[in-house]
Design a binder for this molecule. Structure first.
Ligand code: BEZ
Length: 227
């Protein structure tokens, strides 16, 4: 890695850190282990959009588990506040939050991950120090950053989209494919441009050529079983 490389760029190793969370202290890389991870920040505890977002993430927990993805939230408040807020999230959304939330009142981790809000002047604590924007990092088991997103405090995220990206990345890691616009799990995929037609005939029997550079195939793993 060159010394001036942005450590948060796609392909960089996600910066490691120690943190206090609602499920005890962690070292981030040890927490990830052999799983994928989604690290996501939200502006602050006891805020309306965040309360709905964390409910959605809690409801999607089985889908993250199926994909071997560990989810971890972060907001710039302390542990006591997080713990009290989780009770509200569970009550309002009729869920049980099972993922940890990092307590980052001193903004150590939000600064490391460039999550602080420099745009929304309503997204500040009582001392005028910025809270975080809605950042998302998808990190693979090698601890490589595979996706980054930054949403403004005022816009709740679409976590189905984040799961969709996980599906695309995991499928692309196992097969020489890419995924088209608006693709979702089960739809046809695109044969990777690096695959020759000869290789494609073996890897993706029955693939369809729309243009020499645009070839579609059935999503690997979804072919009907042969008798
Ligand atoms: C919210 O979560 O509702 C929110 C937080 C900070 C600024 C704006 C909205």
């Amino acid at each position: 890695m060159s010394p001036d490389r942005n450590p948060l760029r796609l392909g960089s190793i996600a910066p490691n850190f120690d943190a206090e969370t609602t499920q005890g202290p962690i070292k981030f890389h040890d927490f990830i282990g052999n799983s994928w991870a989604i690290l996501f920040s939200h502006p602050a505890d006891f805020t309306p959009v965040c309360t709905t977002e964390l409910g959605v993430v809690a409801r999607l927990q089985p889908k993250f588990d199926e994909r071997n993805v560990k989810v971890i939230g972060l907001s710039a408040n302390g542990l006591e506040s997080h713990e009290a807020w989780i009770k509200d999230i569970n009550e309002v959304n009729n869920v049980e939050v099972k993922f940890p939330i990092i307590a980052d009142a001193d903004r150590k981790i939000s600064t490391l991950y460039d999550m602080l809000d420099y745009q929304d002047l309503t997204n500040l604590d009582a001392k005028g120090i910025p809270f975080t924007v809605r950042s998302v990092f998808i990190i693979d088991p090698k601890k490589t950053i595979r996706l980054t997103l930054s949403y403004p405090a005022s816009t709740g995220r679409n976590f189905d989209e984040i799961l969709r990206v996980v599906d695309s990345l995991q499928l692309g890691d196992k097969n020489r494919i890419t995924t088209p616009a608006n693709w979702k799990h089960g739809d046809d995929v695109i044969v990777h441009p690096s695959v020759s037609n000869e290789e494609a005939a073996t890897l993706f029997p029955g693939f369809k050529t729309v243009k020499p550079y645009l070839r579609f195939a059935t999503q690997p793993g979804t072919q009907p079983a042969t008798a």
